[in-house]
Design a protein around this ligand. Structure first.
Ligand code: GLC
Ligand code: CA
Length: 561
């Protein structure tokens, strides 16, 4: 591996774990830290050429802090402790140590835009208008008619304001009413959160994913957001969020957090930068002087249709817009989005799920930038669309069933599928009901079965990951498309001075392989392919077979037999 320790996050593959449904170690039906520890070898057993592990380099854990779990941990009630459901601080320290032993870095989700309404800070703040923490949240008197102070909305639906009887004031929440926003104008709040950050860094975590990092700060004067032409004021997407999102102060806060990160060696700062879906706006989260996020998560693949021209355009845009000295990051899925195979199978008439799984994995793992995998994606897990109403767990979604509110995210969060035993091996306890129902395809979509099938999706991911690890071109080389307006196939080069790798993916039932740019015709070595024999040295193929994926390395000096 060529990882320079200080920039490990550039050349690493990150794997997102949703702790509630990854692995249940104590057998109560809910995922926990013990379960994750027991499954670490699957993620990376620390051995080169392992025959059973995935080979990822870092895990990002969705929140594990103490929480009443109204938003499954994205509502923290104690930043210094681990939620009892998941285990103890000792368990966490063991996880850190066991992960590090296997060369797996550990990234925590830091939910600091808001706390839980049960956090002691909020309890104190709401207890009266005159207490030391009265100004730790965004309180405001009612409008003269007694209504909400302004038109700010909750991202989850409805108004962003909730009235509190005791203070006879409203408090603001960018998300659910149980998630009151902290008042980041207040230096005491900043100091308290920065202490939290230092605490976990001191403990040895390798970095953070900043949750909701574009909405930390709101306008001091509480001005109304303007409404788009012919838009509806009560619709989140119809407002221009100039007073509740992405304010200059928001960036000041991230720079302060980054400067703390920089006091420590080799830590990474990533964050969710979702703003009106616009890549351009998200890229400013690198910071004018590359002094904000190392890895701002932008949503180009999750928001793309399954169409080569569109996907290529997104990559091209990102290549053009990523500032000098910054580094790209890509993902297909996360815990808030329907799984990509469900999204993309739906809108593609001529591509089966299996082929989409391999083609999308190829793109994710061969573009320039850090790839993030979401647990189970490597198996081809799809969304669970038929969870019975009484088993749904996404309470913030259920609290607002309006069409414009957030749809339930449970379908993307079902238990990891480990084997074909009951509960898919998710729980180490027998006869328990898992926290969310297991998808019924678990008998063939699971780790154990797929490890034993040579051409499974899992083995394809494992090969791609190995390939990426062994290729400087795939890790850090330039990215250059070979077709201007791809319609049926994608082809691009990844290049360093010493190495040229060609990635070609056929999206169609037809054979085709037209390239607009000239590249050498001879000789290429097959590194990975769904059709060609790996290791063979061949002239540049004339045609790609239907749905073929091939990754070839240019071998100029090769003496051809
Ligand atoms: C982020 C999280 C999401 C959560 C929300 C509120 O968008 O990804 O799961 O509900 O923030 O914390
Ligand atoms: Ca458990």
């Amino acid at each position: 591996m060529f990882v320079r320790e200080t920039e490990w996050w550039k050349y690493s593959i990150i794997y997102q774990i949703y702790p509630l449904t990854f692995a249940d170690g104590n057998g109560d039906g809910i995922g926990d830290l013990q379960g994750i520890i027991q499954r670490l070898d699957y993620l990376n057993d620390g051995k080169d050429n392992s025959d059973s592990s995935l080979g990822i380099d870092a895990i990002w854990l969705s929140p594990i802090n103490q929480s009443p779990m109204l938003d499954n941990g994205y509502d923290v009630s104690d930043y210094y402790d681990i939620c009892n459901t998941f285990g103890t601080l000792d368990d966490f320290q063991r996880l850190l140590e066991q992960a590090h032993r296997r060369n797996i870095k550990v990234i925590l989700d830091l939910v600091i835009n808001h706390t839980s309404s049960e956090h002691p800070w909020f309890l104190e703040s709401r207890s009266s208008r005159y207490n030391p923490k009265s100004d730790w949240y965004l309180w405001h008197d009612p409008a003269p008619d007694g209504g909400v102070p302004n038109n700010w909305l909750s991202y989850f639906g409805g108004t962003g304001w909730t009235y509190d009887d005791k203070r006879q004031q409203y408090y603001y929440h960018a998300f659910n009413s149980h998630q009151p926003d902290l008042n980041w104008h207040n230096p005491e709040v900043r100091a308290a959160i920065y202490d939290v950050i230092r605490y976990w860094l001191d403990l040895g975590v390798d970095g953070f994913r900043l949750d909701a990092s574009s909405v930390y700060s709101q306008d001091k004067y509480f001005r109304n957001n303007p409404v788009k032409f012919e838009g509806r004021e009560d619709k989140y997407k119809d407002q221009y969020h100039i007073y509740d999102q992405n304010l200059p102060e928001n960036h000041e806060i991230i720079r302060e957090i980054r400067s703390i990160i920089d006091e420590y060696d080799n830590r990474v700062l990533s964050g969710e930068t979702f703003i009106d879906n616009r890549l351009y706006d998200s890229l400013i989260f690198y910071g004018v002087n590359n002094d904000e996020l190392h890895l701002p998560f932008t949503f180009e693949f999750p928001l793309s249709p399954w169409y080569p021209g569109y996907l290529q355009r997104e990559i091209e845009k990102k290549e053009l817009l990523t500032p000098e000295g910054s580094w790209q990051v890509y993902f297909l899925n996360n815990h808030d989005l329907p799984r990509h195979l469900s999204r993309w199978s739906e809108c593609s008439i001529c591509f089966d799920t299996f082929a989409i799984a391999k083609a999308s994995a190829t793109i994710l793992l061969t573009v320039r930038g850090t790839p993030i995998l979401y647990y189970g994606e490597e198996l081809g897990m799809v969304n669970h669309e038929n969870i019975p109403l009484e088993q749904l767990r996404d309470q913030v979604a259920m609290s607002c069933l309006d069409e414009e509110c957030l749809p339930s995210r449970d379908g993307t969060r079902t238990p990891m599928q480990w084997d074909d035993s009951p509960q898919a091996g998710f729980s180490f306890g027998k006869d328990v009901t898992p926290w969310l129902p297991v998808h019924d395809n678990y008998q063939y979509v699971n780790v154990e079965t797929e490890l034993s099938e040579q051409d499974s999706i899992l083995n394809f991911y494992r090969e791609l990951i190995q390939l990426r690890k062994n290729s400087k071109a795939l890790q850090k080389g330039t990215w250059k498309p070979l077709i201007y307006y791809p319609y049926e196939h994608l082809a691009y080069l990844r290049e360093t001075e010493q190495e040229t790798v060609l990635v070609a993916i056929n999206f169609s039932y037809e054979k085709n392989f037209d390239l607009d740019r000239a590249i050498p015709k001879q000789y290429w070595q097959v590194l990975l392919s769904t059709n060609l024999s790996v290791g063979d040295i061949i002239p540049l193929p004339q045609l790609l077979q239907p749905f073929e994926i091939s990754i070839l390395q240019f071998t100029p000096d090769h003496a051809v037999p």
